[in-house]
Design a binder for this molecule. Sequence first.
Ligand code: PLP
Length: 390
Amino acid sequence: MKISQRVAGVEYAIRDIALEARKLQNQGKKITYLNIGDPLQYGFQPPDRVKEAMIKAIKEGQNYYASSEGLPELRQAITEKEKAKGLQVLPDDILVTNGVSEGLEMIMASIVEPGDEVLIPGPYYPPYASYVRLFGGKPIEFLVDLHNSTPNLDDIRSKITEKTVAICLISPNNPTGVVFSEKSLRDLIDLANEYDLYVICDEIYDQIVFDEKFTGIGKVSRDSPVILLNGFSKVHLMSGWRIGYIAFNQSPKLDLLRENVPKLSRVRIATNLPVQYAALESLRGPQDYISKFVSELKKRRDYTIKRLNEIPGMSCSNPKGAFYAFPKIENNKYGSDKEFVTELLKATGILTVHGSGFGTQYGTGHFRMVFLPDIPILQQALDQIEDFVT
Ligand code: PLP
């Protein structure tokens, strides 16, 4: 029977490639999963007090439909977090969602009409392109210099047309680890204001930075139409619980969205209520588990990038945040990056993601691997990658 063209075009390379690995695993091959950006698959866990907050909520009977916008105490705690980063928000400007993914879908559903164009950083986290396409729009990739972490403003300017409605920023970025400086963010806001564009900014990795202090978009937003997406999957180690939020900056240009997006949150009823209590605890209690997690990741980042750059025919920029390496395959005897990843998987059992899955324009010729496993596992995987390419 017929299906919609919209859904036929949806792709998610990170999980699509895992189907290949599962086939090999079923045939008895040992797979090293370096494809999924989920710290919980590599031994990290939320603190016990966060787990207990969820259990307590369940035992005390908080098992009903929550309010669609989210638990008031959680909206308050999120407001405090985002205000401290500079965004001008009140609790009414926060919508709690089932992860950033749902927030992104709601925002794209609310701003993209067929034929509209949305600027996204190249290479990009795949759902940004998928949701734009799903609502009939066209994702347009803009160039980001991976080595000095700067967006190319001339490239962006040359790609803005009368159909452009929004620019998306992801900082720290998946898959590149690029973190935008305050100056770059200021330039991007000025550019967006010049052309009257929404700014959708994803800060899900906001506390996972290694070299410099993080600057959030809020610091430079003033009264610009900034829609912030954030969540608890990465920094707060709650990926499987599915919780995130949308925060609307106090800008009169967002009044219509502020009025209409909550309709979508009402249609889908609510976010899981016990998880909202856990999220509240994760924001309110001691935060030292985050710095321990990040300092552990920094060691893994340093090791991975050093090793990748020592492999002949491979080069990798230094990710300043998040937990992904995005090496360039300089000497690819396998033709495409997808073939490289597939052959690597077959030969070694190491599962990575082909760079073109993050956009053919700027992702092609690369692959993405997570540096979440501990160093002995990374060492073994990098030894195998080195043997495979040399
Ligand atoms: N945004 C970015 C940039 C991501 O890398 C990811 C997950 O990898 C997500 C959003 C997904 O977030 P969530 O788990 O809150 O849906």
